[in-house]
Every structure is written in structure tokens, then in C-alpha cells.
Design a protein around this ligand. Sequence first.
Ligand SMILES: *Cc1c(COP(=O)(O)O)cnc(C)c1O
Length: 423
Amino acid sequence: MDHFIYKNGVLHAEDVSVNEIAAKVGTPFYVYSTATLTRHFTVFDQALEGLDHKIFYAMKANDNMAVLRILAAMGAGMDVVSGGEYAKARAAGVPGDMIVFSGVGKTEAEMRQVLEGGIRQFNVESEPELRRLSRVATGMGKVANITLRVNPDVDAKTHAKIATGRSEDKFGIPMSQARAAYSEAASLPGIEVVGIDVHIGSQLIDLAPYRQAFTKLAELTETLRADGHDIRRLDLGGGLGIPYQRSNEAPPLPVEYGQVIRETVGHLGCEIEIEPGRLIAGNAGIMVSEVIYLKHGEGRNFLIIDAAMNDLVRPAMYEAHHDIVPVVEPRIGVDPEPIDIVGPVCESGDTFAKQRPMPPLDSGDLVAFRSAGAYGAVMASEYNARPLIPEVLVKGDQFAVVRPRPTYEEMISRDTLPSWMES
Ligand SMILES: *Cc1c(COP(=O)(O)O)cnc(C)c1O
């Protein structure tokens, strides 16, 4: 459930009319709903009630400072994948002991940065990373808490670009090598083993792969404990999917996911860590765009809008579906007609939807892309020298720009000229 609904025939973000925001900030733009973000965090928290658990928001889904602050204020920790994310999490007020550091390619500089600033644990993804981390930590007179990310070789049955738990994916250490890796970890002076980590992919719409992976994790926990390792935390990753296509998708609910966690690893007495990203932020945001032209092609019509693949890349990158709705509710009895919805960028990939049934729309009308709060603004670029689009946060009847649109002057002045060029 989210807080983007029609009131008096106009799409609202909580109690604010999307038309009103558009008039103030100009299109295109993202809008996030505070009530939806807090609701999603609470739903996860309740799904794990009774289990010793912590929620680390995977901030790569949406790292706007205002979003981070809302979640941090509710007690969320952060799952970070870079030094930049760590810095942003700290700036949002998250203490180091509520931050976990994931990622396949942590650099020495990043290791130093987070060991210096404080970190709950590293989710280590390979033996070379383990050795380097031990060396860096020892050099600083510190010991790094680690889990090893294991690859359980299960198919998350999601888009190939966001499946991460199959043996051919680059992530984690194969289950078969886990015992050897843990034994090496235990022998390294800069390392303290605290648990096991797994993350099998994103946008999962079925619980079966979770059940398989967590069952393997439970077995591994017992094996490693028998080997003498103190496995006290299980980081189960993120990945729970959201309904992008509301008419025919019903992914599992967090409470059902929580039940799978209880049934598979609940008996182990471990602290449970989860890293949801998309499910917290995805349906808490929309992207709003204005129709520039309605173009009649041969046997096909095109709605050319002022948002493009650089603003929301998911359709071009993952063939992702976003529901697209008119901001002014269509009159009852108006028949939708199939149309291609495209952006202005010079690439055929700049197509948001093909032959999508839409009510009649024309120049100046606004449309909203639902479920655009995760992997939207964070993946945007200024390709075609199109300024990053603003982000707006709504709370009840208030709204504020939480990232302004850069001016052309700001964009131009980011580049610097070499001294040998005449300015
Ligand atoms: C991306 C990622 C997540 C979050 O995935 P969602 O699908 O957004 O929930 C969690 N953990 C790790 C290690 C990730 O890479």
C-alpha cells in the first residue's frame, strides 16, 4: 500500500496535489511519501517481531538524505556498498555500529575509512578481500568483525541482471568452499568472525528461493559451529519484490517472508539481520512527467514525454515495467488506446512502454510513473546534458524539494579546463 491516490479527480501524494508540486518545481520530478516509507519500515519490523533482529536499509535503492533521515530516525541501520554511501549514512546520523558494509570490490581506502569511522561488520565476499581486510585492520591496530557472504547456488527466478545467488554470479563464496574460508578467517589476526551473510537477488516474487537459501544457511551454521566458529549473526540480505504491475502481480508480503525466516533459521538463536531496499523505497516514490507531443505514426502512436531513460533507466536496463497513470483521473467510460510512451533521448532504448493502453492524453498533460522510489533517482544521469531531475518529499499536506534541479550554469561549471586552453 502507498499514499499516491486520486482525490477529487487529481493524483495526490499524501495530501498534496501532484499538479500543485508540478506547478511549483516544473517537470519532470520525483516525489517521495514519508508515510509510505515509515509504513514499509514498520511492516518489516513487525514481520520479524519476537526474533532478535535488526533492519539495515539497503541505501543504494534511494540515498536521498531526507529519505535516510526518516529511516534513521525510526532506528534503521544502513547497508552500504561504497565509501560514499558510508559517508552519507553517517551524515544522516546513523552510528557506525548500525552500518554493515557489503560489496564485491571494497578498496583498501574504503576499508580504512569505515574502520576509522566505526562499522558493525564487513560482509566479505572473497578470500583475497579477507586477507586484505586483515592486513588493513592489523595495521590500524584494529580487528574487523566479518561475515562471509556465501553463494547458496539457488536461482532467485528474477531478471538475470539482478540475480546474484547462482554459482555463475560474481557474488559471494561458493558453499563448498565456505568451511575452508571460515577456517582461514579464524586464523587471521585482524579478523573476528561474527556470522554468515547471503543475498540471492532482487525483485523476488516467490518465497521458494528464500526458503532454499535459508535452509542451506541453517545447515552451514551448524557445520561452522561444530568447527568451532561463533556464528551469532545471520545476515539474510534483501530482495523482496514489489508489485510493479498492480493488475497482475502479488509478490509475497513481508509477514510471509518473516515466517520463512522463522521456520528456517529461527531456532538457531542468532541475531537476524535483513537488508531490504526496494520494498522500503520502491512504492514510496513516483516520477512525474509532462507530455510534450502526441505523435501519430504509421499504425502506432507515440506519447513523447519530458522524462527520459537518463531520469529512470529501469525500463531500458531491465525491461522493467512501471505502471504509468494520468495525473488527472480519466473520466469513467473513456476507452484506453494502446500507445508507445517514449522520452526525447536519441536512442531507441529510450522507450518506457510499448503499446500501453492509456486514456487519451495530449501536450501539457501530466503522467506519473508508479513504483519509482527505488533504483530511480539514484541511477539517473545527465546524459544528453539533461539536468538531474529534482526530488520532492511530501509529509501530510507539506512538501519540500529535497534535491533541487541543477541550473545549466552549475552543470557547466563542474567541468574544469586544462591550463593550456584559453578560456
Ligand atoms: C541490492 C542489495 C540489497 C537490497 O536489495 P533490494 O532488492 O533492494 O531489497 C541488499 N543487500 C545487498 C548485499 C545488495 O546488494
